[in-house]
Design a protein around this ligand. Structure first.
Ligand code: ADP
Length: 353
């Protein structure tokens, strides 16, 4: 078999995780055969691809007999797939992902920060925007401190513009209204002001090139989501809820709100699973609504303590009981994002000769 034949044969395989063909995913980056080896470079759509060796196994079993005793050498690289919808407002961000909930106190901000650090843990370039303007808690959870400065930036065409510089939190760019107001200061937002602030936080901020920007939304209300939806097409929204029935009712409302403002829902995360609130309620609700279930985070004092200490990042740095759950959730969300990029993309139209 020639390299091109091997490539075309592998292109027809189905990805074990996403159930999309290798070709559509652009998974096979290169094929190179020598007298003693077949070298295949697999390019994953996200660094948070779980169990990548399954792809190598599939390639091995597909090419087994045609390898003619040659060594199979499969290597992996990654490049995040994204819609890059922020391009129209000058953003260079592949995927903008919102994290929302039907009500406060369910751990939405903790989940948003954990998702951001989880993606960073896998190697992606990530930013975290706190759009929970009524109760900004990202500065507290990340331990990030400082005042964002405004800097003059020169565009390639020579034009000079003002840009807000996010705060660096453990190598991640973070922005929150919490950095701009006094602690304990309540802020009352009128619609137009809120819209202006969010526009500034997105359009006039130096986010640089990112694979993912995670946005922590305010609970319940649709105003911020509507503004985001109008400003840029989101990759999708993650809905966080706790397992008990009353909380699930609010989650369903949040999902309906996202539908109304045309933000695709990536799925549901169950937070605080355990003895107190029960377990499995969100998974059952996701199944009932036909939405992906994105994982469960146990109720565990480690999370509360690290959050209070501004140490959410450290949940990924040492062995602790919640780390495997947070990694699994991160993988699930990253895979749903990749899937939607492919599935929602218009199919290339047939060329009629
Ligand atoms: P929300 O953004 O939904 O209002 P937060 O993320 O601010 O919620 O979390 C509310 C409180 O619950 C915080 O003190 C946080 O540390 C705690 N918390 C969140 N998730 C968990 C969990 N899985 N286990 C224990 N405490 C949690």
């Amino acid at each position: 078999m020639t390299d091109a034949e091997i490539r075309s044969k592998l292109g027809q395989l189905t990805d074990p995780e996403l159930e999309i063909s290798f070709d559509r995913l652009g998974l096979i980056r290169s094929v190179q055969t020598t007298s003693d080896a077949i070298k295949i470079e697999v390019q994953l759509p996200t660094p948070a691809y779980p169990g990548r060796e399954r792809i190598g196994d599939l390639i091995g079993s597909t090419l087994g007999s045609s390898a003619g005793g040659r060594k199979m050498d499969v290597t992996y690289s990654w490049q995040v797939l994204g819609r890059e919808t922020g391009g129209k407002i000058g953003l260079r961000i592949k995927n903008v992902v919102a994290v929302g909930s039907g009500k406060g106190g369910v751990g939405k901000s903790t989940t948003a920060a954990s998702l951001a650090y989880g993606l960073k843990h896998f190697g992606a370039k990530v930013g975290l925007l706190d759009a929970d303007v009524y109760g900004p808690s990202i500065p507290l959870l990340t331990g990030a401190k400082g005042t964002p400065i405004v800097r003059e930036v020169e565009l390639p065409n020579g034009q000079k513009i003002q840009r807000l510089e996010p705060i660096d939190a453990d190598g991640m760019k973070v922005l929150s209204i919490g950095f701009l107001i006094r602690e304990n200061q309540a802020v009352i937002w009128r619609g137009p002001m809120l819209h202006k602030l969010l526009t500034q936080f997105l359009q006039e901020t130096d986010w640089g090139e990112l694979d993912y920007l995670i946005i922590d939304l305010p609970p319940g209300t649709g105003d911020v989501s509507l503004t985001l939806s109008q400003l840029l097409g989101l990759a999708g929204a993650v809905v966080v809820c706790t397992p008990q029935k009353v909380a699930l009712l609010d989650a369903v409302k949040a999902i309906s709100m996202f539908d109304q403002v045309k933000i695709p829902v990536l799925g549901i995360v169950e937070n605080m699973s355990g003895e107190i609130f029960g377990r499995g309620g969100a998974k059952a609700k996701a199944a009932e609504l036909g939405l992906p279930f994105l994982g469960e985070i146990p109720i565990d004092a480690t999370i509360r303590v690290r959050g209070d200490d501004g140490q959410i990042a450290s949940l990924f740095e040492d062995d602790n009981p919640v780390k495997p759950h947070l990694l699994r959730m991160t993988e699930n969300i990253a895979m749903q994002i990749a899937k939607r990029v492919i599935v929602d993309a218009p199919m290339p139209s047939l060329e009629i000769l």
